[in-house]
Design a protein around this ligand. Structure first.
Ligand code: NAP
Length: 323
């Protein structure tokens, strides 16, 4: 007993902040050696000597926040996107930034397909008809949707998730085009996908699905101009980041009947949705649940904390991000 107490005195315990919302997803052994302060997303962090922080994507970690945490060594973001972290400010302070790639790819690709099918087959209108007890029987022209076979799926961003969405499109008989900064030869070989420029992607897609991160180059890339260049009746999907779309412009395109449908999982000012978009016709609006499966959320929390443990043990981070 005496020895155990002595040993404990010499084992350093690292003060860390972890988003309180992750508590139920973590096992005690994953937190060994960490002195955790649980801070929920709506609570400020303030000043302190914490050496690591595991935030959710809703917490902005910028220069001011980092200055308040002079001992910080790692921001282990619990998301693959890291537009909520000022990576340049972190780098200047020699703070490592990590994310949670790969483990959420399948879940997010599956959810994108949920949106594609829901939009193409008018699922929301169909459910509403039944719920309102307004269905008057089988009719040959009731709720006609879009046949996928032979149509063109356009992917903006063909990284982990974009490619996973594209691979799922093959058995549906869709032609695939994509825009990314670099070519993806394996993806092209496996799926027959063709790399095109942004203008061609917008003009040729029957279904345009966004899978690029929110960066200065991609913010607002779907706007009045690009919407006017999309095919009449085209379907737009966004399971990436809300900032990619100018929401009012999208609402207007839906109101005017030019756009076939929009399936969205993410928004500019979450959890607020632009009121005009919320009221627009032919939308499938989800509350940012792209990665929301039991398995994936546990894996995301585990990777975020494993990054903290690695860095505090003097090892390289498992999944670092670079600007
Ligand atoms: P990723 O593997 O890094 O893929 C990002 C893709 O975007 C890459 O193909 C990249 O091109 C492309 N890209 C980046 N900037 C571009 C630009 N300016 N023009 C054209 N293409 C550009 O990321 P991921 O794991 O697939 O995740 C993608 C995004 O999905 C994340 O950033 C996150 O915001 C979002 N996400 C959302 C949810 C959700 O819950 N809805 C869940 C997970 C992820 P290169 O390959 O050529 O570099």
């Amino acid at each position: 007993m005496h020895d155990v107490l002595l040993l404990r005195t010499f084992v350093s315990v690292n003060p860390v902040i972890i988003a309180a919302e992750l508590r139920g997803l973590l096992e005690p052994h994953q937190l060994e050696g960490l002195d955790v302060t649980w801070v929920s997303a709506d609570q400020p962090v303030g000043k302190g000597d914490w050496v690591a922080i595991v935030p959710l994507l809703s917490r902005w970690v910028g220069g001011t926040e980092l200055k308040q945490l002079p001992n910080l060594r790692i921001v282990a973001n619990c998301a693959v996107g890291y537009d909520n972290v000022d990576v340049v400010a972190a780098e200047m302070r020699k703070v490592i930034v990590t994310n949670t790639p790969d483990v959420l790819t399948d879940a997010t690709a599956d959810l994108t397909w949920t949106l594609i099918l829901a939009c193409a087959r008018r699922l929301v209108e169909a459910l509403d008809l039944v719920r309102r007890d307004a269905w008057r029987g089988w009719h040959p022209e009731l709720l006609l949707g879009v046949e996928l076979r032979g149509r063109t799926l356009g992917l903006f961003g063909a990284g982990r998730i974009g490619q996973a969405v594209g691979r799922r499109a093959v058995p549906f008989g869709l032609r695939i085009i994509y825009a990314a900064r670099s070519p993806k030869p394996d993806f092209e070989r496996d799926t027959g996908a063709i790399r095109v420029g942004w203008s061609r992607l917008v003009a040729e897609s029957d279904i345009l699905s966004l899978h690029a991160p929110a960066t200065p180059e991609t913010k607002g890339i779907i706007n009045t101009d690009t919407l006017s260049r999309m095919k009449p009746g085209a379907i737009l999907l966004n399971a990436a980041r809300g900032d990619l779309i100018r929401e009012e412009a999208l609402a207007i395109a839906l109101e005017g009947g030019r756009l076939g449908a929009a399936g969205l999982d993410v928004y500019t000012e979450e959890p607020t949705i632009h009121p005009r978009l919320r009221a627009a016709p032919r939308t499938v609006l989800l509350p940012h649940i792209g990665s929301a499966t039991h398995d994936t959320r546990r894996k995301m929390a585990a990777i975020a904390v494993a990054n903290v443990q690695a860095v505090l043990a003097g090892q390289p981070p498992l999944t670092p991000v670079y600007r």
